[in-house]
Design a protein around this ligand. Structure first.
Ligand SMILES: Cc1cc2nc3c(=O)[nH]c(=O)nc-3n(C[C@H](O)[C@H](O)[C@H](O)COP(=O)(O)OP(=O)(O)OC[C@H]3O[C@@H](n4cnc5c(N)ncnc54)[C@H](O)[C@@H]3O)c2cc1C
Length: 421
């Protein structure tokens, strides 16, 4: 039998757990809210994200468009975003003095350009509403039982959770929120298996491609604004800016592909071939007509001096050479065979990828707690009443640009609303 304040424990002092904890405590002062964080640092990823500026969210106000940025969780997030989305996130922070601004690519940051504004705001909310924050509390096991409840004169049964920590006394609570983020290895979810929830195998998402090609890597720093990258032999492709780095290829086109293809590329052990179209707006036919026109009109010019729009000079010279065309060829002397080779290199340029590199350490996990086990109106488990999951611990992840934090805020908010009520 339990009498007194209802106790809520949130495991995980990241964006989602913190947002959930402060909103629970604010919405219902009758709750005793405790936040357990395994490390000695709170909001660690909020601090470092966006180069220390915190990419809070993405300026996208149409939820149907917004969910297209989540390779996993699209369907479930649509209903969640209809309750708490980008506009509500912006307002929540602005109401507490953190105004956001939008960059050209849609990413939103605090106008201070410092993640410290977001952290101070969340810390102040925790202080104001009395969230009990405990650091260095690594939860290693959860047990659950049902107890008779007699709170405020009512009778019935309620969940009781008991948490074992690496150090210190076990902690009990009536409501438990698990917001422990992603883990790259399956063993990272072992402690959750006893809760009976399914786990989708975790694999990394958001990485760049290693391409051991010395000549290509010689072009490091070269970028094109619009390329298409396809995984050879599969339907997966993505478009956007592409950057040549000192280890291979990066940029939004590659990162998006790594997210959408996270599982497939893991199955391929990160060894596969990509086909790059450097001119995705051109078909073979259109490009042939274009080259024939140039051959006619600019016949005296060197081929290397007739740059296709959007292709930097050093990349163009590299592609001409890759097509087997000698230096110093005049446009008029381009044979049909050479033209075909060049068109092929421009539209289907193949590279063997051998391994991956984490993008500015901004990886996320594809996989986690199965979404079918969660009620997305409340983020409560369908298996255990009183147990909630929020943030990246779920099988949800987005591409870069603020989408992963938006998932953390939204799911944290939904759980807080239900618990607070
Ligand atoms: C370097 C980096 C930069 C990023 N930049 C961006 C960005 O610019 N935009 C964007 O949208 N996303 C970004 N992301 C992704 C984003 O940070 C995450 O998706 C988001 O932080 C997930 O929030 P979360 O609260 O679910 O998990 P986390 O932020 O991972 O927080 C989970 C917390 O739980 C704690 N914890 C775990 N297990 C236990 C346990 N057993 N007991 C107690 N505590 C536990 C962890 O220590 C951690 O503090 C970035 C990620 C990284 C790594």
């Amino acid at each position: 039998m339990m009498i007194g304040k209802k106790t809520v424990v949130v495991i995980g002092g990241g964006a989602s757990g913190f947002f959930c904890a402060v909103n629970c405590a604010r919405l219902n002062p009758e709750l005793k809210v405790t936040l357990l964080e395994r490390s000695s640092k709170l909001l660690a990823k909020v601090r470092v994200s966006g180069g220390g500026r915190c990419n809070v969210t993405h300026s996208c106000f149409d939820n149907r468009e917004l969910v297209k940025n989540y390779p996993r969780g699209q369907k479930e997030l649509l209903s969640a975003f209809n309750r708490f989305s980008v506009a509500e996130t912006i307002k929540w922070f602005e109401d507490r003095g953190v105004k956001l601004k939008t960059e050209d690519d849609g990413r939103m940051f605090p106008i201070s350009d410092s993640s410290e504004s977001v952290i101070s705001c969340l810390m102040e909310e925790a202080r104001k509403y009395g969230v009990d924050i405990r650091l260095n509390c690594d939860v290693i096991q959860i047990s659950h039982s049902i107890a008779e409840a007699d709170r405020a004169g009512g009778n019935g049964t309620e969940s009781v959770f008991k948490l074992s920590l690496v150090h210190g006394e076990p902690v009990s609570c009536d409501v438990l929120v698990i917001a422990t983020g992603g883990r790259p290895k399956e063993s990272g979810y072992d402690w959750l298996l006893s809760s009976g929830h399914g786990i989708e195998k975790p694999v990394p998402s958001l990485f760049t491609f290693n391409i051991p090609d010395k000549v290509l890597i010689g072009l490091m720093g070269v970028s094109v604004q619009h390329a298409r990258v396809r995984i050879k032999g599969h339907k997966l492709e993505s478009e956007g800016p592409l950057l040549i780095t000192h280890w291979g290829m990066s940029g939004p086109a590659v990162l998006k592909l790594s997210a959408w293809g996270a599982r497939l590329l893991n199955d391929l052990n990160y060894h596969f071939t990509i086909q790059v179209s450097w001119l995705p707006n051109f078909t073979e036919e259109k490009l042939r007509i274009d080259f024939e026109g140039k051959r006619r009109l600019n016949g005296a010019k060197l081929l290397s001096n007739i740059l296709p729009e959007g292709i930097p000079r050093n990349l163009w010279e590299y592609l001409i050479s890759k097509a087997g065309i000698a230096d110093g060829l005049r446009s008029a002397d381009l044979t049909n065979k050479q033209m075909n080779m060049l068109i092929n290199v421009l539209l289907n340029d193949e590279y063997v990828v051998s391994g991956k590199t984490t993008f500015k350490e901004e990886f996320v996990t594809c996989g986690g707690v199965k979404l079918g086990d969660i009620d997305f109106k409340t983020m409560q488990s369908k298996k255990i009443p009183g147990l909630y999951f929020t943030g990246e611990v779920l099988d949800i992840d987005g591409v870069t640009g603020g989408f992963n934090f938006q998932n953390a805020w939204t799911t944290g908010w939904l759980a807080a609303m239900d618990i607070g009520r």
